[in-house]
Write a protein that binds this ligand. Structure first.
Ligand SMILES: *[C@@H]1O[C@H](CO)[C@@H](O)[C@H](O)[C@H]1NC(C)=O
Ligand SMILES: *[C@@H]1O[C@H](CO)[C@@H](O)[C@H](O)[C@H]1NC(C)=O
Ligand SMILES: *[C@@H]1O[C@H](CO)[C@@H](O)[C@H](O)[C@H]1NC(C)=O
Ligand SMILES: *[C@@H]1O[C@H](CO)[C@@H](O)[C@H](O)[C@H]1NC(C)=O
Ligand SMILES: *[C@@H]1O[C@H](CO)[C@@H](O)[C@H](O)[C@H]1NC(C)=O
Ligand SMILES: *[C@@H]1O[C@H](CO)[C@@H](O)[C@H](O)[C@H]1NC(C)=O
Ligand SMILES: *[C@@H]1O[C@H](CO)[C@@H](O)[C@H](O)[C@H]1NC(C)=O
Ligand SMILES: *[C@@H]1O[C@H](CO)[C@@H](O)[C@H](O)[C@H]1NC(C)=O
Ligand SMILES: *[C@@H]1O[C@H](CO)[C@@H](O)[C@H](O)[C@H]1NC(C)=O
Ligand SMILES: *[C@@H]1O[C@H](CO)[C@@H](O)[C@H](O)[C@H]1NC(C)=O
Length: 562
């Protein structure tokens, strides 16, 4: 009656090489009940099949199944007893189907079932006792359905449930009855719903809750946080809601909280008592809000804080004592605010700093770099001061950082040239990709340049990385010259390829001279090109008398003016 050869073409044995695992795709309803040796199979996966309906006792021959997946198979209907006989089943997935109602689909309890995945279906509501024949469930995934109603006692009897995923549904309101009796629940995912309000006793019996995701909802008030059930929370995600104001001591009951994400809300200020009680907090994210004011004592309670992200707000200044109590800080993100000045002593108390990110502010001084804590290990510190308005910095303080980015500032040309002629370590970056030349030729697009101001004019300095190319070669043990993509030299100056073993000091000097000559020729050519293209006069090509920095006059700004 069945044709093993025909069927074999449809079989897809993938990661399971033993007989007890079977993965099928593109199968159909007539074939599944005919699978040979069904009673030996422990893991059965049916994907992309055509199985719109499962009849009663459909899997009765698979009496040893531990894991069953019927995914992406257009399933919309299961008869009331279609799971009969699966007494050993531990894990069951019906994700990516077309189910609109949920029942037990069995006449007796599936006592071994611990994991149920019904994600990506069309379930709209959960009725009472939906899971009462699955008493040992530990994980339920109901993500990406259309659930807007959860009846009282829907999860009744699930004393072992630890993980419940309800993300991507249409819940608007969290009722006190929804999660009643889930005493072991440790993570609850409610992100990407339409939740506007949460009743005060919603989590009253979930005293083991450690992780709560509420990001991507429409919460305005966080009052619900003060209920007893949330006292052991460790991770709380409130990103992408509409919170405008944090009440004083609003987090005072969540004293075990370690990670709090409040990004993408509409907060405007952080006051002294805002975070009181968060003694264990290690990671705080309040980026993408409208914060313009941080009280000097607003972080004073956060003595365990390791990471803080306040980027993309409207801060103009930071009180000098702001980080005084946060001695464990490693990662401070203040990028994309409007900070004009930072007190030199702001990071005086931090011995473990690894990242200071200040890009995209309007700082004109970076004196705090000179007053970092003496015990701080500078070799592990990364500082990003790009896109500010710095005119000069004290170079001797910067030489021993792991990396410092100084690109796109308002450098004074005289200071810059004086400092660039010294050999800078690769950990200091001034350059940014110079897009001005994009239009000339494909090859020129990767030039690195530094902008600076001299008197009232803007100038640009182009970095010809001759020193870098040669330096790199000396450390290579064999092979031919190659070009380092992140540090490209201007392409018209193509370097001759020579084997490294002939690279003694004499040839270094010779090649440097050749390189300088080519650089001059290239610059002359570029200038002619400018003159021709831009019809400009009066610019004089000036090259600096060192080997890896050249400077010339034409700039973007000048072009715009003319
Ligand atoms: C089911 O698949 C078998 C081959 O395995 C094929 O012979 C049969 O026609 C298919 N039935 C339907 C209804 O598509
Ligand atoms: C099932 O179909 C989807 C597209 O509909 C495809 O991406 C996926 O790889 C298929 N899976 C299998 C196991 O054939
Ligand atoms: C078979 O299913 C069991 C129970 O879910 C699981 O622990 C095991 O990893 C699965 N084996 C394979 C090879 O997928
Ligand atoms: C799911 O059901 C809807 C309506 O009943 C239907 O339009 C859709 O084609 C079905 N999807 C699949 C994958 O069978
Ligand atoms: C919070 O959720 C957002 C997505 O909405 C995610 O990008 C972010 O990483 C989450 N935060 C934490 C701390 O897990
Ligand atoms: C944020 O709050 C301000 C008032 O504080 C309001 O004018 C603005 O519309 C709010 N923005 C959003 C996106 O809700
Ligand atoms: C803070 O949240 C924003 C937006 O969700 C995210 O882009 C950023 O990476 C987070 N910061 C940290 C330090 O994780
Ligand atoms: C850049 O520095 C010059 C002095 O070198 C100063 O006149 C100018 O105002 C500064 N520009 C900005 C935007 O701060
Ligand atoms: C340069 O830009 C102009 C206009 O911006 C465009 O018309 C022209 O095609 C570009 N030339 C090249 C070589 O891309
Ligand atoms: C120099 O550059 C700055 C910032 O890019 C700009 O605001 C200013 O107008 C420029 N000055 C001149 C004289 O072009």
């Amino acid at each position: 009656m069945y044709h093993p050869l025909v069927c074999a073409a449809l079989l897809l044995f993938s990661f399971c090489f033993r007989v007890d695992c079977l993965q099928l795709s593109d199968c159909n309803k007539t074939y599944v009940p005919l699978i040979p040796d069904a009673e030996l199979i422990t893991n059965l996966s049916l994907r992309n099949c055509s199985l719109p309906r499962l009849e009663n006792a459909f899997f009765v021959r698979f009496s040893h199944l531990l894991q069953l997946e019927v995914q992406n198979s257009g399933l919309s209907d299961l008869d009331d007893f279609s799971l009969n006989g699966l007494a050993k089943l531990q894990s069951f997935s019906l994700s990516h189907n077309n189910l609109s109602s949920l029942r037990s689909w069995s006449s007796e309890p599936l006592a071994a079932l611990t994991t149920l995945d019904l994600s990506y279906n069309r379930l709209a509501k959960l009725r009472e006792n939906s899971f009462s024949l699955f008493p040992h469930l530990q994980q339920i995934n109901l993500a990406s359905n259309h659930i807007s109603q959860i009846a009282e006692d829907s999860f009744h009897g699930l004393a072992h449930l630890k993980h419940l995923i309800l993300s991507g549904n249409r819940l608007q309101h969290i009722d006190g009855t929804f999660f009643q009796g889930l005493h072991r629940l440790s993570s609850l995912a409610l992100q990407h719903n339409l939740i506007e309000s949460i009743e005060m006793d919603s989590f009253e019996s979930n005293t083991h809750l450690r992780s709560l995701r509420l990001d991507g909802n429409q919460l305005v008030s966080l009052q619900f946080l003060s209920q007893r059930g949330l006292a052991r929370l460790v991770h709380l995600n409130l990103s992408k809601n509409q919170v405008q104001k944090l009440e004083d001591q609003g987090f005072s009951k969540n004293f075990e909280l370690q990670a709090l994400d409040l990004s993408h809300n509409n907060l405007t200020e952080l006051k002294k008592e805002t975070f009181s009680g968060l003694d264990s907090l290690e990671r705080l994210n309040i980026s993408y809000n409208n914060i313009h004011l941080m009280d000097a004592e607003s972080l004073e309670f956060l003595s365990s804080l390791i990471q803080i992200d306040v980027s993309h707000n409207r801060l103009t200044t930071l009180p000098v004592q702001i980080f005084q109590a946060n001695s464990q800080l490693e990662d401070v993100v203040l990028a994309h605010n409007r900070v004009k000045a930072l007190s030199p002593l702001i990071f005086k108390h931090q011995n473990y700093l690894r990242y200071i990110q200040l890009a995209g502010n309007i700082l004109d001084k970076a004196e705090f770099l000179e007053s970092l804590s003496p015990s701080l290990n500078r070799l592990s510190l990364n500082v990003d001061l790009s896109s500010n308005r710095l005119q000069s910095v004290s170079m001797k303080d910067l030489l021993h950082f792991r990396h410092i980015n100084l690109a796109d500032n308002n450098w004074s040309c005289a200071w810059l040239v004086g400092n660039l002629v010294r050999k800078l370590p690769p950990s200091i970056n001034f350059a940014r990709p110079w897009t001005v030349l994009n239009n000339w030729s494909e090859n020129l697009a990767n030039i690195q340049g530094v902008d600076c101001t001299e008197g009232n004019t803007n100038r640009s300095i182009i970095l010809l990385n001759v020193g870098e190319v040669l330096h790199n070669e000396n450390t290579n043990c064999g092979g031919e010259l190659t070009y380092d993509e992140p540090n490209p030299s201007p392409p018209p100056l193509t370097w001759p390829k020579i084997p490294t073993d002939r690279f003694d000091s004499r040839s270094v000097i010779i090649w440097m001279l050749v390189a300088i000559a080519i650089a001059f020729a290239g610059l002359r050519w570029l200038r002619r090109f400018v003159d021709r293209n831009e019809n400009r006069t009066g610019e004089r090509l000036k090259a600096l008398n060192d080997m890896y920095v050249s400077k010339w006059q034409p700039t973007r700004k000048d072009q715009q003016r003319s």
